[in-house]
Design a protein around this ligand. Sequence first.
Ligand code: ZN
Length: 400
Amino acid sequence: MKILDYAFSEAAYYRKNLSQFQSKEHDDGIYCTLPDLPMLNIESVYKSYGDFIADPYQKFPKSQNVIIKRAYEFGGKMIKVIWDQDDYLEMQKSLSDLHRKYYDIEPHDQYCGFYTALYRANKIIDVDTTQLMDNGNSMVFNVFRLYDDKLEKICREMREYNPKWLLLQPSIAWLLAEFIETKSIALPKDLKYIELYGEMVDESIRKKVEEAFGVTTAYTYVTNMVGAAAIECPCRNMHVISDNAVVEVLKDGVPVFGEEGDICVTGLKNHAMPIIRYLTGEKGVLLNVDCACGNKAPIIKITKGKKFPFIHLKDGNKLSAYSILGAIEFANEFMANAIKTMEVVQTDLDRFEACIELKPAYSGWKKAVVDAFLSNLREDELRQSKWKIIFSDNTVIEKV
Ligand SMILES: [Zn+2]
């Protein structure tokens, strides 16, 4: 596997840990099959973060050709993954090929999506408006304040833009579907497909989205670490995108098929930050069975993954949990990513409890972090709610 050779020669982490990777029979041989290699998890990546960035990307000119992807891993842990821009396009191309094959969507077909924060030149930009991206190839809306007036504006702008497909977080798709159904909103004329990603939802949500929009939906499995790792075919089986990733399911550390286990991913496209055998924290079942669509790649079923329950408001309305996620992302951007982990639970209509783990260097900055988070909440109901913030050293800050 090319990426293994590359990682061992170019990334300090794999080089330094070479002894763990060496074959016992041949002193100088490196194992060339994945199941013999040790696994990574979020803590191992945090601990040696800089060592995962390959040598060529530590210096000019490659260091200038990178994009930084920020996302939250399972359990609310934030991580920045560095990509070579060209690798990222390659990774997306493998997904585009399947869009075309399965759903008749071409790379130049316009789409709409939702974002928590936008970055320009890898710096966060604070905009609260609709943005056209990729030379007009996509139109994106932010996830904040998705009340009826904003949903109405979004639907109007979407209809005028007339996208062929939508790329949606399922909970946001549900909010739109609910709004479209109750207000009998007209849909974009050429819409034919909705792609869902980023969170696990039950079938009823998907059904509602398909009914409201009158189009087919498909899930993709996109992991922060390796990009698009799998996509559902029209038979509703999620096939691994073998050009982009190796997906394994491990039971007691051993790869299994047909049984539930820990999902472990290896990225095949990322040369800036090679990730070999990363445990995502999710659980799933890997199947090696024939599918009527003709795709021979294994099928992954996610059985335990990220969930973003709705926030319930006093007036009976709902907000998506991305409102809170966005506030964390903004707070982190201005606080040098001080928040390592954050889990939020709504305990009453106007009460929230959050458990926060800070980077050790920021343990003296608890109040400032809480202020940064609260001031970045965009919805009045959330800002005016009571917040109990519990830090990992059991310090509690309450905002009443
Ligand atoms: Zn299939």
